[in-house]
Design a protein around this ligand. Structure first.
Ligand code: SF4
Length: 231
């Protein structure tokens, strides 16, 4: 059985398992070469809380594109205090000035795919080099692409096993968990921003709009690319 078949078989088995069981397996298999990413959304906060309750010491990293909302930095500090998470900050090779010099001003308006590639995809790739597994808090109900993800899958681009323990959880279940455990979350979610990314590419949504309609508004773009497996 090759690697992909083995992971597919495991993913099938884990369909009956809890996030705790999946995380326990992941740590036993890959620690210390394993890390979790977060964009500080509600699912990531739930996953960090579950890991804390299990006493797991998986490093948690975030990509600081240079465009994070002040509320995100405040939330990070709050999570450090309340959950005791020590976050690792990952930054792009080019700062914003260098990017403007090499690619022109406001690249995100003209070519958001290249901007996301430079500011998110490449830094992630660099961080994961040397790791064997990457834990993510994506959910199947977030985007059509994520609905096709698996609980455990091979990430060809980053050459790691990707583990998505909350893939089958719904948005409502995540929010019930946050309320039940009184966890902190980004206050922008109560101000019309159900999904929060970089400042220039995030707007509030109107009633009835898709929850990610505020991301890259007006552009045919729905993912930054870090969760894409394609080239
Ligand atoms: S979300 Fe926007 S600003 Fe952030 S990296 Fe992507 S294109 Fe650039």
């Amino acid at each position: 059985m090759d690697r992909e078949d083995r992971l597919n078989a495991l993913a099938e088995q884990f369909e009956q398992c809890s996030p705790q069981e999946i995380l326990a397996w992941a740590v036993s298999e890959y620690s210390p070469d394993i890390a979790m990413s977060t964009g500080f959304g509600p699912s990531g906060i739930v996953l960090m809380h579950i890991m804390r309750q299990m006493g797991l010491d998986i490093p948690v990293f975030y990509i600081d594109t240079g465009f994070l909302f002040p509320e995100v930095h405040q939330l990070r500090a709050l999570l450090e205090q309340t959950l005791g998470v020590r976050f690792e900050r990952v930054v792009p090779t080019l700062d914003l000035e260098e990017q403007a010099q090499q690619f022109g001003e406001k690249l995100w308006e003209r070519d958001p795919d290249t901007c996301c590639w430079l500011r998110k995809v490449l830094p992630l790739q660099a961080y994961l080099r040397g790791k064997r597994a990457w834990v993510s808090a994506i959910r199947a109900d977030q985007t059509p692409y994520r609905s096709r993800a698996k609980l455990i899958e091979w990430d060809e681009r980053n050459q790691v096993v990707k583990i998505n323990p909350l893939l089958r959880w719904s948005k409502d279940r995540i929010w019930e968990y946050i309320r039940h455990h009184r966890l902190p979350y980004n206050p922008l979610h109560d101000q019309g921003y159900p999904s929060v990314g970089c400042i220039p590419c995030t707007t509030p949504i109107c009633e009835g709009e898709d929850l990610r309609a505020g991301r890259w508004r007006g552009k045919a773009k729905f993912e930054c690319g870090i969760h894409f497996q394609k080239g």
